[in-house]
Design a protein around this ligand. Structure first.
Ligand code: FES
Length: 114
């Protein structure tokens, strides 16, 4: 597990864009503040790809049924925040990867720390 190049900075915008990082498929984009983010490509709601979804503020919006996820933690925002506690507890997160930008590239850490 290490830092790996994911995409050229100039190619990363506000729409989730699929890349392959060392055999890990993921989606990269930018928050409203311009920070690069990288998340797993599959929404756990109905296990559908999130390619082409938008990022609103710092939340990733699944284009299928508009579940939203925090771009940095992967935690679900909607519908978790409007569900009763028991249903909210069952809503799964997505994988969110650590990112940084250097030398014109967005880099992603494929491990959980480091
Ligand atoms: S598959 Fe993502 S919200 Fe339904």
């Amino acid at each position: 597990m290490s830092w790996e190049r994911a995409a050229r900075s100039e190619d990363v915008g506000r729409v989730l864009h699929r890349v392959d990082v060392g055999g890990h498929p993921m989606l990269v984009a930018r928050t409203a503040d311009g920070d690069a983010i990288a998340v797993g490509p599959i929404c756990p709601h109905q296990n559908k790809p999130m390619d082409g979804g938008n990022v609103y503020g710092d939340e990733v919006d699944c284009p299928n049924h508009h579940y939203t996820y925090d771009a940095r933690t992967g935690e679900n925002g909607y519908p978790k925040r409007v569900f009763p506690a028991r249903r909210a507890a069952a809503v799964k997160p997505i994988t969110a990867y650590r990112t940084r930008e250097a030398d014109g590239w967005v880099w992603v850490h494929t491990g959980s720390s480091g």
